[in-house]
Design a protein around this ligand. Structure first.
Ligand code: SAH
Length: 397
């Protein structure tokens, strides 16, 4: 048994009154600056968290490296972390059975959102893709317990681990390669909202696809029509959905491998989609200058604001893209505009869209203001768990 995995040898971490208030307010993190004492606590240990007077606040995973020193796993004393882990995994699977439909690809476990901080498990049909981001989850026997439980629950043909080398370095975890943890299969086809996707577990970003947009793909397709442009299309998530409704679809991205994957998926669905490898900013400028027009435009750029201080620059970037897109939309057209930066609040994002509309002299009706799919749970007391914005608007003139 590793240190801290049973209650008897659980170390204690004391937190300041500010840290204690944060936990009492419903948050699950305490920053290192609010840790009062954690001497001799091993990296990744399961710890009792108390306030300065020794009053019990909860059980947490401790990180010796991250600025987030404490990630709460329960507000109760926990005797057996492995047992809790198995229960949490079963709950995570049961929750998806309630909130996911029409897709055999979805996020099964989303870290804090499932009270398992640092664990991400995505299902792509018969494959599971796993990411481990914290010391507490990377430790044995936790890893083995996760594998045995998710195998029993979901019976995948293969499980792969996608390693984010930078995260492991920051979390002071020993380097590891991505690889198969069960079976050898690493590619498959999954179906989402009736659209088929070719999937390769070791290619691309994240664990391979942007599952958080699953419900937004379907929403966008409900309004999409005519000639459509999917900007920052990656492997074609929006474009392939739009192709079900639109007369012509163009997808734009700067990544050739992503476009090649997108092309394999369009062939699977027997759809003709035009894929263009280009810098989206340049292409939008050139197309807008050339007077090109569309009926549907999707904007789903990468996170421009990586931290609070880059917010003004990020908002300028979003505004430039949205302004150009709005100029190119015909009356009656639809704008689907997204931001995955947690640092851009939903209200700020909508204000940016409003400013872009004003500057483009377009009158916009808000159709839907959306967020990430429900398999990426938002904890109402943990604002950091809500990151995706997706605004769908109708250009009335
Ligand atoms: N809409 C996609 C996800 C987009 S992720 C989906 O639903 O799956 C952001 C994408 O932007 C990535 O594919 C990345 O390759 C691309 N990208 C980043 N900078 C770019 C740029 N300047 N021009 C074009 N594409 C860019």
């Amino acid at each position: 048994m590793p240190k801290g995995s049973s209650k008897a040898d659980q170390p204690t971490v004391k937190v300041s009154s500010r840290g204690a208030k944060r936990l009492k307010d419903g948050h699950v993190w305490v920053y290192r600056s609010d840790v009062v004492s954690a001497e001799g606590v091993p990296p990744g240990a399961v710890v009792r968290v108390t306030d300065e007077r020794g009053r019990f606040l909860g059980t947490a995973l401790y990180s010796s490296a991250s600025q987030i020193a404490i990630r709460l796993i329960s507000r109760e004393p926990i005797e057996d972390f492995e047992k809790l882990l198995r229960t949490r995994l079963r709950e995570a699977v049961a929750y998806r059975e309630k909130v996911v439909s029409g897709s055999n690809a979805y996020r099964v476990v989303f870290s804090e959102g499932d009270f398992l901080p640092g664990l991400i498990v995505d299902r792509y049909n018969d494959l599971l893709s796993l990411q481990i981001l914290t010391q507490g989850i990377d430790a044995e026997p936790v890893r083995s317990a996760i594998l045995s439980e998710i195998t029993a629950l979901l019976q995948p043909v293969g499980i792969v681990e996608r390693v984010d080398a930078r995260v492991r370095e920051l979390e002071k975890l020993p380097p590891r390669d991505s690889g198969s943890l069960l079976g050898e299969k690493s590619s498959t086809v999954f179906i989402m909202n009736g659209v088929q996707f070719q999937f390769d577990a070791f290619a691309g970003q994240k664990t391979g696809a942007f599952l958080d947009q699953r419900e937004n793909y379907a929403a966008a397709a409900r309004y999409a029509r005519g000639e459509a442009l999917d900007v920052f299309c990656y492997q074609g998530g929006f474009a392939l959905h739009l192709a079900e409704k639109c007369s012509h679809v163009t997808g734009v991205d700067s990544s050739r491998p992503a476009l090649e994957a997108a092309d394999r998926s369009s062939a699977l669905n027997q759809r003709e989609i035009e894929w263009i490898e280009a810098n989206a900013f340049d292409l939008l400028r050139d197309y807008a200058d050339a007077g090109k027009k569309y009926d549907t435009i999707v904007l789903d750029p990468p996170a421009f604001a990586k931290n609070r201080s880059s917010l003004p620059t990020a908002l300028r970037g979003y505004k430039e893209l949205n302004l150009r897109a709005l100029k190119m939309l015909r009356p009656g057209g639809v704008l689907v505009t997204c931001s995955c930066s947690y640092h851009v609040a939903a209200t700020e994002f909508l204000e940016m869209v409003a400013e872009a509309a004003r500057d483009a002299h377009r009158s916009l009706r808000l159709l839907e203001s959306r967020t990430q799919a429900k398999d990426h749970p938002i904890l109402v007391n943990v604002p950091e768990t809500a990151y995706l914005k997706c605004v769908i608007a109708y250009v009335s003139s």
